[in-house]
Design a protein around this ligand. Structure first.
Ligand code: SF4
Length: 250
């Protein structure tokens, strides 16, 4: 039986205040909109608790998590139900004040990955410069020029397609995404939800991880058959090549 995922990305909300030229939000609409129901998030926490999940959990798919009205509730529940996990927030930093940083840290966030995206001036720069040593250590501050841009499974025509059709990919061996409505996806590049593996409202996430569809897809990608998958055939992402890869900047 395949080992369990070590990373989970939860789409607590779909909305973002930016439309960066390298993000699918600039050319398309998410299929699911709004915010995750707290009852669904609680169910996910119960499922992860039953697995004693101790990997990385983050609070985004293509939305900006600091726009989620229930973010504090979700972070608090995460700490309560899966205390061994590593809760990390990936954010554009536009709404991250020193006060929010402090509150979220107290609730259990261990790291903030803040990216200064292209376009509007970044207010967070001033916040970051004022942070004291211990607070500053919680922040990884990136510029969008630091990012290795992905064509998002071939969605972004302005980012070169690449002939990686025979290259293996270990994303589906390490990670799951749970959408606003509880659908489980095998990859953070699946903006259009081409590969829904199940729904946590109907099945335990562990059963979804081990089901036939997910297992076959994982094997296909591990063996380097991207070209056989509609999601993967034009993808240029080569960021996860090994099992147990654990990276902040994904
Ligand atoms: S090949 Fe690309 S789209 Fe397919 S699983 Fe890997 S990263 Fe995701």
């Amino acid at each position: 039986m395949d080992k369990l995922f070590s990373m989970i990305e939860v789409e607590v909300n779909s909305q973002c205040n930016r439309t960066c030229w390298y993000c699918p939000n600039s050319v398309s609409q998410r299929k699911e909109n709004g915010e995750m129901d707290p009852a669904l998030y609680k169910s996910l926490m119960e499922q992860l608790s039953s697995l004693d999940f101790a990997g990385r959990i983050s609070f985004h798919f293509y939305g900006e998590p600091l726009l989620c009205k229930n973010l504090d509730l979700f972070v608090g529940m995460t700490t309560e139900y899966i205390p061994r996990a590593r809760p990390i927030i990936y954010t554009n930093g536009d709404f991250l004040t020193e006060k929010r940083l402090k509150t979220l840290t107290e609730l259990g966030i261990q790291k903030f990955i803040v990216t200064q995206h292209a376009g509007a001036k970044h207010k967070f720069r001033g916040v970051y410069d004022q942070l004291a040593g211990a607070e500053k250590e919680k922040v990884v501050y990136l510029d969008h020029s630091d990012l290795i841009l992905s064509n998002r499974g071939g969605i972004m025509d302005n980012i070169p397609q690449a002939s990686k059709a025979n290259m293996s990919c270990m994303v589906p061996s390490n990670l799951v995404v749970v959408t606003v409505l509880g659908n489980v996806l095998p990859c953070f590049e699946d903006f259009n939800q081409k590969m829904v593996m199940g729904n946590i409202g109907e099945h335990h996430i562990s059963d979804i991880w081990h089901n036939e569809k997910f297992t076959s897809f994982r094997k296909l990608l591990k063996e380097g058959h991207r070209g056989k998958s509609d999601l993967c055939k034009n993808c240029n992402n080569v960021s996860v090549q090994t099992e147990d890869q654990y990276d902040y900047v994904l």
